[in-house]
Design a protein. Structure first.
Length: 651
């Protein structure tokens, strides 16, 4: 049966070969041939059609043989399913040329379409073997690779027309440079995908695709990568068009320099993301993404990172555009120097945040953020830190713009020297606050703040500390501006020498019995007022100028250094010794019902008055000048030193 079935086929092939030979010898460039090869053709079958042949070649299913079509051929070409053998189509094949390789074609199947071919090309599913399309294939060229196809697919340069690769395809896919037309790769495809430079048209990669994806430089058109894709994705420099990466993608994503167009990365993506320098367009990273994100220098466009992202985020220098990091993000965030645009970090973020020097634009950190925050020197723009933040906050020198720290923040706050702009710390904050020397702008600390507060020398601007604050407060020398401490504040207060501006301490302040005294440095200028019911020693340095008033019911010794100038008044019901240094000038008045010894140093000038019902010895040093009056019902000895002038005691 097999011999009888083969003999008619051999006769048919001999006839076809004779007809082809006669037609090719008579008119080799104008042959019109219809070639049909039946199903299940086996053996060394070779069908070779010469150049410029307008023909129809149909190879049946299960055919085993090489098939070659000459150059400049015109006509449809179809190869049946389960065919085995190489298929080649010559260059410059024009007209309605259709190369259709049926499904389940197995073996070393090679489909080679020559250059400048114009026709759709379709490859059936489960085909095995490389597919190559020559360069400069123009017109409506459709390369369709069916599902589960195995083997490399290469498309030559300057190809025009859509290219689609079916799902579950295996093998590398390469598209030559300057190709035009959309490229789509089906889901669950495996193998590297490379697109040449200067390609134009959208590129879409289906979900669960595996293998590296590279897009050449100067490519134009949107690029979309489906969800759960695995493998590195690289986009060449100077590419234009939006780039979107689906959720749960795994593998590094790199975008070349000078790329233009928005870049979006879906949620739950894993792998590092790097964006080259001078990239333009918004960059958005979905929530729950994992892996480091780096943005090159001089990048332009907003950058947004979704909530619950994990991994370090670095933004290169001279980047322009707002940067927002979603809540509950984990990992360090670093912004390069000379970056411009607002930076916002969502609440409950964890990890250090560093902003390079000379950064411009507001910086806001959401509430409950954890991790140190450092802002480089010469930064410009307001800095706000949300409530309940934890971790040290440092602001570099010569920074400009207001700095606000939300309530219930924990961790030390340091502001570098020569910083300009108001600094406000919210209530119930915990941790030391230090302001560098030569800082300019008001400093306010909210109520119930805990931790030492230090202000560097030569600072300018009012300093206010809210009520119920706890911790020592120190102001450096040569500071200028009023200093006010709210009521019920706890902790020592020290003001450096040569400070200028009024100092007021609110009522119910508690001093050394818990943490220490109130001291004002020498050569300070400005009124000093201490609220009522203050407890602890008060010392004023020598050569201080300005009135000093202590509220009623204050407890603790009060000492005023030598050569102090200005009136000194102590409120009624005060307890504790009061000493005024030598060569002091200005009236001294002590309120009624005061208890404790009062001593005035030698060579003091100015009237001294002690209120009624005062208790304790009163001593006035030698060479003092000015009237001395003691109120009625006072108890205790009064001693006036020698060579005192114009002393009029009244008992």
């Amino acid at each position: 049966m097999k011999i009888r079935s083969v003999r008619p086929l051999v006769v048919l092939l001999v006839c076809v070969a004779a007809v082809l030979a006669l037609s090719a010898s008579a008119e080799p460039h104008k042959a019109a041939v219809d070639s049909v090869v039946g199903p299940q053709a086996v053996g060394p079958l070779s069908v070779d059609v010469g150049p410029q042949a307008p023909l129809s070649v149909d190879v049946g299913p299960q055919a085993v043989a090489p098939l070659s079509v000459g150059p400049q051929s015109v006509g449809p070409l179809s190869v049946g399913p389960q065919s085995v053998g190489p298929l080649s189509v010559g260059p410059q094949s024009v007209g309605p040329l259709s190369v259709d390789v049926g499904p389940q074609a197995v073996g070393p199947l090679s489909v080679d379409v020559g250059p400048q071919a114009v026709a759709p090309l379709s490859v059936g599913p489960q085909s095995v073997g490389p597919l190559s399309v020559g360069p400069q294939s123009v017109g409506p060229l459709s390369v369709d690779v069916g599902p589960q196809a195995v083997g490399p697919l290469s498309v030559g340069p300057q190809a025009v027309g859509p290219l689609s690769v079916g799902p579950q395809a295996v093998g590398p896919l390469s598209v030559g440079p300057q190709s035009v037309g959309p490229l789509s790769v089906g889901p669950q495809s495996v193998g590297p995908l490379s697109v040449g430079p200067q390609s134009v048209g959208p590129l879409s990669v289906g979900p669960q695709a595996v293998g590296p994806l590279s897009v050449g430089p100067q490519s134009v058109g949107p690029l979309s990568v489906g969800p759960q894709a695995v493998g590195p994705l690289s986009v060449g420099p100077q590419s234009v068009g939006p780039l979107s990466v689906g959720p749960q993608a795994v593998g590094p994503l790199s975008v070349g320099p000078q790329a233009v167009g928005p870049l979006s990365v879906g949620p739950q993506s894993v792998g590092p993301l790097s964006v080259g320098p001078q990239a333009v367009g918004p960059l958005s990273v979905g929530p729950q993404s994992v892996g480091p994100l780096s943005v090159g220098p001089q990048a332009v466009g907003p950058l947004s990172v979704g909530p619950q992202s994990v991994g370090p985020l670095s933004v290169g220098p001279q980047a322009v555009g707002p940067l927002s990091v979603g809540p509950q993000s984990v990992g360090p965030l670093s912004v390069g120097p000379q970056a411009v645009g607002p930076l916002s970090v969502g609440p409950q973020s964890v990890g250090p945040l560093s902003v390079g020097p000379q950064a411009v634009g507001p910086l806001s950190v959401g509430p409950q953020a954890v991790g140190p925050l450092s802002v480089g020197p010469q930064s410009v723009g307001p800095l706000s830190v949300g409530s309940q933040s934890v971790g040290p906050l440092s602001v570099g020198p010569q920074s400009v713009g207001p700095l606000s720290v939300g309530p219930q923040s924990v961790g030390p706050l340091s502001v570098g020297p020569q910083a300009v702009g108001p600094l406000s710390v919210g209530p119930q904050s915990v941790g030391p606050l230090s302001v560098g020397p030569q800082a300019v702008g008001p400093l306010s600390v909210g109520p119930q703040a805990v931790g030492p507060l230090s202000v560097g020398p030569q600072s300018v601007g009012p300093l206010s500390v809210g009520p119920q604050a706890v911790g020592p407060l120190s102001v450096g020398p040569q500071s200028v501006g009023p200093l006010s401490v709210g009521p019920q504040a706890v902790g020592p207060l020290s003001v450096g020498p040569q400070s200028v501006g009024p100092l007021s301490v609110g009522p119910l302040s508690v001093g050394p019995q818990s943490v220490g005294p109130l001291s004002v440095g020498s050569q300070s200028v400005g009124p000093l007022s201490v609220g009522p019911q203050s407890v602890g020693p008060l010392s004023v340095g020598p050569q201080a100028v300005g009135p000093l008033s202590v509220g009623p019911q204050s407890v603790g010794p009060l000492s005023v250094g030598p050569q102090a100038v200005g009136p000194l008044s102590v409120g009624p019901q005060s307890v504790g010794p009061l000493s005024v240094g030598p060569q002091s000038v200005g009236p001294l008045s002590v309120g009624s019902q005061s208890v404790g010894p009062l001593s005035v140093g030698p060579q003091s000038v100015g009237p001294l008055s002690v209120g009624p019902q005062s208790v304790g010895p009163l001593s006035v040093g030698p060479q003092s000048v000015g009237p001395l009056s003691v109120g009625p019902q006072s108890v205790g000895p009064l001693s006036v030193g020698p060579q005192s002038v114009d002393v009029s005691p009244v008992s």
